[in-house]
Write a protein that binds this ligand. Structure first.
Ligand SMILES: Nc1ncnc2c1ncn2[C@@H]1O[C@H](COP(=O)(O)OP(=O)(O)OP(=O)(O)O)[C@@H](O)[C@H]1O
Ligand SMILES: [Mg+2]
Length: 239
């Protein structure tokens, strides 16, 4: 990604995106005509009730699905027109993901899971595992470095998930209901962690939630109803 692109343009540009799904001879219109520009370093929340199209929008932004119409650019690159191989490489290089169900690989330790994105970048094993251990310590898991996901609590798995999402310093981290399975105290810890990484490294966060308390962490709240943006509010950051 060119430095000039990052400086001069929004990191994410969404133009006239529509998403339809065929369903038993009918068509479900999940997104109607979405236009959105997201600045580098912004913590942007996609907010709405169940079925409003939040995950569908995230999937188009992250290149997990192709829009029916319109285009999505990240750092100037049109991801909605990339072929699968190019897209996979782009995702590994520029994007990070935090999942509601953590999605750690069960037969790898916390350290090996977190080190994985650096493997795709060609970082030698000793170096990537050192970086993974350091980051796991920063998210409070110094005592769980060699544990497997099945030997960790949900909150611990999600901390490892966050370390994995951020370790390769991606430009954008996508998080769909990242605390959906966690209690309220752990939710606060996890959200504080995501926001502090974002601010430290000026990384853009796309956070999907239906929960107003989580949305309150964002700099900007884009509200969806029935596949349309009905409001878009930017707050002043708390210092
Ligand atoms: N693969 C699919 N095939 C058909 N319809 C789909 C498909 N995926 C999503 N939809 C429909 O698109 C709409 C938006 O779904 P989406 O999953 O984006 O909602 P959401 O806002 O993420 O909801 P939730 O908060 O429950 O996760 C819904 O009406 C859903 O039924
Ligand atoms: Mg969803």
């Amino acid at each position: 990604m060119e430095e000039t692109c990052l400086r001069d343009r929004p990191i994410i540009e969404v133009r006239d995106v529509r998403k339809e799904y065929p369903l038993g001879g009918e068509t479900v219109v999940a997104l109607k005509r979405i236009n959105l520009r997201i600045r580098r370093g912004e913590i942007c929340c996609i907010f709405g009730t169940s079925g409003s199209g939040k995950s569908t929008l995230l999937n188009q932004l992250a290149g997990m699905e192709k829009p029916t119409r319109g285009e999505v650019k990240i750092g100037g690159a049109c991801i909605s027109r990339m072929n699968e191989n190019k897209l996979a490489a782009f995702r590994q290089r520029h994007l990070g993901f935090v999942f509601q169900s953590y999605n750690l690989l069960p037969n790898l330790t916390a350290t090996e899971n977190v080190a994985m994105p650096l493997m795709f970048r060609g970082v030698p094993r000793a170096q990537r595992e050192k970086a993974a251990r350091e980051l796991l310590c920063r998210v409070g898991l110094s005592h769980r470095l060699d544990h497997f996901p099945g030997q960790m609590s949900g909150g611990q798995q999600q901390r490892a998930g966050i370390a994995r999402a951020f370790i390769a310093r991606p430009d954008v981290v996508f998080a769909d209901e990242p605390t959906g399975n966690l209690d309220s105290k752990t939710t606060v810890e996890i959200m504080d962690m995501i926001c502090s990484f974002s601010r430290k490294f000026h990384q853009t966060i796309l956070l999907v939630t239906h929960d107003p308390e989580m949305a309150a962490y964002a700099d900007r709240i884009v509200r969806l109803i029935d596949g349309e943006i009905v409001s878009d509010e930017t707050k002043r950051r708390k210092s």
